[in-house]
Design a protein around this ligand. Structure first.
Ligand SMILES: Nc1ncnc2c1ncn2[C@@H]1O[C@H](COP(=O)(O)OP(=O)(O)OP(=O)(O)O)[C@@H](O)[C@H]1O
Ligand SMILES: [Mg+2]
Length: 386
């Protein structure tokens, strides 16, 4: 096993496309780290650079503290698992599993033992004689995983390995991967654009956008204290609500004026925002922090305003209310599925300002909220409607 370090890694392709920019990332030995970001942000390129399948433009990649920039892929001792499984179609599962050991000249009896161990670990015992075309997607993925495990590499590199599977199987495989990592403790770097996958699998999550690392932290930290507006908007379903507005007032008595109203800021926010040079900022509030029928204004920290129901998405355990507030501000609130509002109703909506984030304007504007901001989540029971 090994630690993995990227030091100021850049990759510019020959056509001038910058895929990875100044990437600094350290993955401790035995950790499971997820690289998360939208399509085209440089996740696969980062893995391919690490595997030695692409040359670096600049920077260093280290395995266990040693620079491996010039090491051939086969000498890096890494195992990659891809989305398309890349199994050999003409070989049985048994042969697929044992192939890398055969190439290394391992004795037949030893290969048989290793294949049987991995097959038992992944529940493939009954499938050893089959060829890939006679397997389901989940079974193929398990064989691909087995082929990586059998090599006992110093790290696993996963590139969206579950995205061809249906939702239920994806959940099952996630749980299997988690259990497997607990047992093997092999350093793992897992690429996905699926934030739910990142949150459930990653011990740490590295969020990327346009080749740049945006935040590297534990999943809940990324959710509760997103470093910037991009991370705040990318992590979380439905996405965080954003409303632009202006800071008015002086010192610690600051007010945020936006289409939702004039919101006096609590001390923690005011202390941080008082020194911010720009007056224009963006408020961010999670759907689960918006409350229908908030407590009557009078509670100092509650913002309350009317909004019209545009659409209701019922999900069984909760529903998402799509709402239009003043001046064409669209909001989404997570609500109790048994709430009684219907499309067209004007509802009282609100949130506790202490749960809000404030960002610099722009797509990657920094989070200006206090580090200790408490993500208050409103699980208040719905009020009966008179
Ligand atoms: N060989 C190449 N030549 C030129 N540009 C490339 C090459 N490979 C990738 N790119 C570009 O580099 C950027 C990053 O690509 P990459 O495949 O790393 O993205 P990704 O995050 O893995 O995306 P996805 O989630 O769609 O797989 C993209 O703009 C892509 O078009
Ligand atoms: Mg990719």
């Amino acid at each position: 096993m090994a630690s993995v370090t990227f030091q100021r890694v850049c990759k510019v392709f020959s056509d001038g496309t910058t895929a990875v920019s100044e990437l600094d990332l350290h993955v401790e030995d035995g950790r499971f780290v997820v690289l998360l970001g939208p399509s085209g942000c440089g996740k696969t390129t980062t893995l391919r650079l690490l595997a030695g399948l692409e040359d670096l433009t600049s920077g260093n990649i280290l395995l266990d503290g040693s620079v491996v920039n010039d090491l051939e892929p086969k000498d890096r001792d890494l195992a990659m698992v891809f989305q398309n499984y890349a199994l050999y179609p003409h070989m049985t599962v048994e042969k697929n599993l044992g192939f890398s050991l055969k190439l290394r000249g391992v004795k037949r009896a030893e290969i048989r033992r290793a294949v049987s161990d991995v097959a038992a670990l992944l529940g493939l015992d009954d499938l050893l004689r089959r060829r890939p075309r006679a397997l389901s997607g989940g079974q193929c993925q398990r064989v691909a995983l087995g082929r990586a495990i059998i090599r006992k590499p110093c790290a696993f590199l996963f590139d969206e390995p579950l995205s061809n599977l249906d939702a239920k199987l994806r959940m099952d495989m996630r749980a299997e991967l988690r259990a497997l990592h607990k047992r093997l403790r092999t350093t793992s770097i897992y690429v996905t654009h699926d934030q739910a996958e990142a949150m459930t699998l990653g011990e740490q999550v590295a969020v990327m956008c346009d080749g740049h690392l945006q935040q590297y932290a534990e999943p809940l930290e990324v959710y509760d204290r997103p470093a910037n507006r991009f991370v705040a908007g990318f992590v979380g379903t439905p996405t965080m609500n954003f409303v632009d507005g202006d800071l008015t007032g002086r010192g610690l008595s600051l007010t945020f004026e936006c289409p939702l109203g004039r919101l006096p800021l609590p001390a923690g926010h005011a202390a941080r925002l008082a020194t911010h040079p720009e007056r224009r900022v963006t408020l961010g509030i999670r759907p689960e922090s918006l409350v229908l029928c908030p407590p009557a204004a009078g509670s100092h920290d509650t913002a309350a305003f009317p909004a019209t129901v545009r659409m209701i998405e019922p999900l069984g355990d909760r529903c998402y209310m799509h709402l239009d507030a003043e001046q064409d501000v669209s909001l989404v609130a997570a609500a109790d599925p048994h709430q009684q509002f219907v499309v067209g109703d004007v509802v009282p909506l609100g949130f506790d300002i202490r749960a809000a984030h404030f960002f610099e304007t722009g797509p990657v504007g920094r989070n200006l909220s206090p580090a200790h901001a408490n993500p208050l989540i409103n699980y208040l029971p719905p009020r009966p409607i008179p």
